[in-house]
Ligand binder design. Sequence first.
Ligand code: ZN
Length: 159
Amino acid sequence: MIQADHVVHFRYRLSDAEGGLLEHSDQPMAYLHGHRNIIPGLEAAMAGRTAGEQFSVTVPPEQGYGLRQDGSRQRVPLKHLVGVRGRPKAGSVVWVQTDQGQRQVTVVKAGQFMVEVDTNHPLAGQTLRFEIEIVSVREATAEELAHGHVHGEGGHEHG
Ligand code: ZN
């Protein structure tokens, strides 16, 4: 049964409030329950479920990626974008290297050397509908608990 310090493999389909498909998993995803690996609204809905269970849950922005914040536009040097070659297109979602690590942002406008980005998460402000299938549940290893994430299939890979 899904509870704290357990590893969960699951498949998902993610839709917006209008039913438009946003994402789906080809391979099962893994997360460590009780360690904030996934958004709070989804983690809460997972608790107590067992392998083989299927369910759907609607997650409001407050329990998902948060509300959209105004004043979240910033100019960052093009070279701080991770894995981007050339000038990114407006509206594309990219990763930026910051002092606090990498974060996902949306490109507003790109110049020769600087890019204006919106630091809201692309899914901020959205009500999300997940269809979930629990594939497996197991206890986490000591190493996974120490790292705070899942190792192996569907999980974190260390280079
Ligand atoms: Zn690790």
